[in-house]
Design a protein around this ligand. Structure first.
Ligand SMILES: NC(=O)c1ccc[n+]([C@@H]2O[C@H](COP(=O)([O-])OP(=O)(O)OC[C@H]3O[C@@H](n4cnc5c(N)ncnc54)[C@H](O)[C@@H]3O)[C@@H](O)[C@H]2O)c1
Ligand SMILES: N[C@H](CO)Cc1c[nH]c[nH+]1
Ligand SMILES: [Zn+2]
Length: 427
């Protein structure tokens, strides 16, 4: 791996539009066609892009049974344990409606309501992601979303990966559409004869999915545009080079555009990590992908000290940061910008990707500066509650009318004046 003396201009931010003009044109065409031709277009794109016939657009009961038959019991049990952990974590996020009554009888509050219908996109082109189903569906269920439509691209036989079907079934997801890419996003956003439109679409995907989500935003809400995976490891001499290397490779194997970076003041550690990465690459099944990612987006940054390392991490604002230092908890609060913070040598990112409980759908591309992990909040909306008492209106009507006239809105002013002129409001 490249070992680079730190450069203050380090950044993970990539222009999301660069080189995407051609893909955007393809996406716009697919969105318009599915909007116009519905199911017929959905089937035609699935045939063209995924090579699959989908006479039945949704996963059938027989397919569910076959999926369970082809999965090992230990895989189902691991999914069940992960579900329990992720549900437990997200249950703690549920906000409550609230109301407060003031001494003059005014009642103010906030009503929290779940979304009626949500679409969950589960990527399935190059790899199957049952873990992402758990991360997307569980917070929606905890929020009590009314209707969940899941969608994922089928393989050439017209089926979804058995682990995807089992993960969804373990969660009780009833509607599983077999469609991927921009055509799936169009079906969820606009609706077709068989796919009911939703209010919000969540879930990561490739550029076709991301650009389609961005294009339908406004018609529906979306969670975020989640880009390629990113890991940044802040490490001192106490870190084990084999652990650091393993964790870098765990994200580099995702795809050629994944980012894997170490930030350390220790030259000795840097050299050992670089050698370890080469050693561990030797028998890694996805070594070609990981090598490419490390060549293009991997680095070991050398800093003057650990405080400079923290400053670099905050500048990068990565999706994940691991703290492999002697006192990991000393860095909490100092690391301000990261999607998820993993503390200590047993907290490999894989623990969070699959099992610990927190969500693995996280802000990427430097957006951790201003956004947060997917959570129960993403599946709720809030309405304000206002009940003004007679006493409060008597006390404040002149202020309200003055502010209205300041903006030139006479009708606003009269709407409070009228309640005073008629002898004052009833209590
Ligand atoms: N951030 C996260 O939490 C997270 C989790 C899982 C996956 N991911 C990311 O999701 C992405 C998954 O990508 P993927 O490709 O494997 O699956 P995908 O399901 O996102 O995309 C597959 C679909 O892309 C469309 N497509 C492919 N080539 C096309 C073309 N030439 N024209 C039109 N449409 C085309 C097809 O419709 C196909 O069904 C990866 O980048 C992965 O890293 C992120
Ligand atoms: N690391 C990914 C998010 O960046 C999530 C994931 C899914 N499966 C394995 N990992
Ligand atoms: Zn991962």
């Amino acid at each position: 791996m490249k070992i680079i003396q730190v450069n203050e201009n380090v950044s993970l931010r990539r222009d999301p539009d660069s080189g995407n003009e051609k893909i955007q044109a393809v996406v716009d065409d697919i969105l318009a066609t599915v909007r116009h031709d519905g199911d017929e277009a959905l089937r035609a794109y699935t045939k063209k892009l995924d090579g699959a016939e989908t006479d039945a657009l949704f996963v059938t009961e027989t397919e569910r049974v076959e999926a369970y038959e082809s999965l090992e019991d230990e895989a189902v049990e691991a999914l069940q344990q992960a579900i329990a952990n992720i549900r437990d974590f997200h249950e703690r996020q549920r906000p409550q409606s609230w109301m407060t009554t003031k001494s003059d009888g005014t009642i103010l509050g906030q009503q929290v309501t779940p979304l009626d219908a949500v679409g969950v996109y589960v990527p399935g082109g190059k790899a199957a992601y049952p873990s992402t189903i758990l991360m997307d569906v569980i917070p929606a269920q905890v929020a009590h979303v009314g209707r969940i439509v899941m969608t994922s691209p089928p393989d050439e036989t017209g089926r979804l990966h058995p682990a995807v079907v089992v993960a969804a079934s373990e969660l009780g997801v009833e509607t599983i559409l077999k469609a991927g890419g921009a055509q799936a996003i169009a079906a969820l956003a606009y609706g077709t004869e068989s796919v009911p439109a939703v209010d919000k679409i969540v879930g990561p995907g490739n550029d076709y999915v991301a650009l389609a989500k961005r294009a339908v935003f406004g018609q529906v809400d979306i969670d975020m545009i989640a880009g390629p995976s990113e890991i940044v490891i802040i490490a001192d001499d106490s870190a084990r080079p084999d652990y650091v290397a393993a964790d870098l490779l765990s994200q580099a194997e995702h795809e050629e555009r994944a980012t894997a970076i170490v930030v350390t003041p220790s030259k000795t550690l840097a050299k050992k990590v670089s050698a370890e990465v080469e050693r561990q690459l030797e028998d890694l099944p996805r070594a070609a992908i990981a090598r490419q990612a490390l060549a293009d987006y991997g680095a070991i940054y050398l800093t003057a000290d650990l405080s400079e390392a923290v400053a670099v991490v905050n500048e990068l604002a990565p999706e994940h940061v691991e703290v492999l230092c002697e006192q990991p908890f000393a860095y909490l609060g100092k690391i301000k910008h990261a999607g998820a913070i993993f503390l200590g040598e047993n907290s490999a990112e894989s623990v969070g990707d699959y099992f610990a409980g927190p969500n693995h759908v996280l802000p990427t591309n430097g957006t951790a500066r201003f956004s947060s992990p997917l959570s129960v909040d993403d599946f709720l909306k809030k309405a304000s509650i206002i009940h003004y008492s007679a006493e409060a209106l008597a006390e404040n009507h002149e202020n309200i009318a003055t502010l209205a006239r300041l903006e030139g809105f006479e009708a606003h002013a009269r709407a409070v004046d009228i309640r005073r002129k008629r002898g004052g409001p009833k209590s």
